[in-house]
Design a protein around this ligand. Sequence first.
Ligand SMILES: Cc1cc2nc3c(=O)[nH]c(=O)nc-3n(C[C@H](O)[C@H](O)[C@H](O)COP(=O)(O)OP(=O)(O)OC[C@H]3O[C@@H](n4cnc5c(N)ncnc54)[C@H](O)[C@@H]3O)c2cc1C
Length: 246
Amino acid sequence: MLPETTEVLIIGAGPTGMALSIVLHQAGVDHVLIDRLAQGLQTSRAGVIHAQTLETLQPLGVTQRLSELALKLQNFAIRDRNRALLKLDFSKLPSRHPYLMMLPQNLTEQVFAERIAALGGVIHRTVEAKAVVQDADGARVTVIENGREKLISARYVVGADGMQSLVRRSTGIEFDGAAYDASFVLADVRLDWPVGPTEVSLFFAPAGLVVVAPLPDGSYRVVATMDDAPEKPEIADIQALFDSRG
Ligand SMILES: Cc1cc2nc3c(=O)[nH]c(=O)nc-3n(C[C@H](O)[C@H](O)[C@H](O)COP(=O)(O)OP(=O)(O)OC[C@H]3O[C@@H](n4cnc5c(N)ncnc54)[C@H](O)[C@@H]3O)c2cc1C
C-alpha cells in the first residue's frame, strides 16, 4: 500500500534511486521509493562498473553479488586495426577492485532490487509522479497509481527520475552540463572475436571510434560513433563497422 506521508520520497527506481533507498534503509530513515515502470528496463545501457564506483557501493552490501554475476577484466587497449597503440593493465590499480567489472545495467539493477527486498524494502511500481509542489514543511507530490490520483507528502523529495526529470523541471533546476554532439550505435552481439573475452578494445579509425567489450554471457557490447545511428542496428550495420574500423 502506497504511504501518504514519508520523510523522503524517492522518485525513480533506476540505479540512483535504488542505491539511495539502500542507504536510507541502512540508516533507518523512513522513505518511499516509486517508479512508473512495472519492472526495470531490460534494454542495453551501461555495461561497466569502475573500481571507484565499486568502492562507493561497498557499504551498500551489493558488491559481492555484483561480483558473482560479472566478468572482471584487467586489460584495456587502444588499437588501430590489429595494432595495439596503448595497453592499460587495470590489475595495477591501487584498489580492492583492480579490474573493469563488466555487467549489463539490468543485472546491476536486479542486484540493487534484491538488496532492497532483503532489507525489507519495497519498490512501489506503476506509480508515476505528475507534479511536485514545495511548501514550508517539505513537498507534496501528485502521483497516479492504477489510474487514480493520490497525494504523497514528504519532508524531502529526491529526483532520481532520469534524463527528463520531472523533479528537476518542477523545481526550476537548470540542466547543468552539455549533451554529446555525436550519435552512437550500441549493440550486444555474438562474435568470432580474435582478441577474445579478456580485453576491452577501443579502435581509433578515421571513420570514427568503436569499442568492443565482452559481457558475462559470452556476448560482446559494441559501441561506435556514427552519423545518424540506427535505433535498431542490423547485423550488417555492425559488420560494416568492423570492416571499416576494426
Ligand atoms: C542506450 C544507452 C546506453 C548507455 N550506456 C551507458 C554506458 O555504457 N555507461 C554508463 O555509465 N551509462 C550508460 N548509459 C546511461 C545510464 O543508463 C544512466 O546514466 C543511468 O541509467 C542513470 O541512472 P538513474 O537511476 O539516474 O536514471 P534512470 O536509469 O534513467 O532511472 C530513472 C527512473 O525513473 C523513473 N521515472 C522517470 N520519471 C518518473 C516519474 N515521473 N514518476 C515515476 N518514475 C519515474 C524511470 O522509469 C526510471 O526507472 C546508457 C544509457 C542508454 C539509454
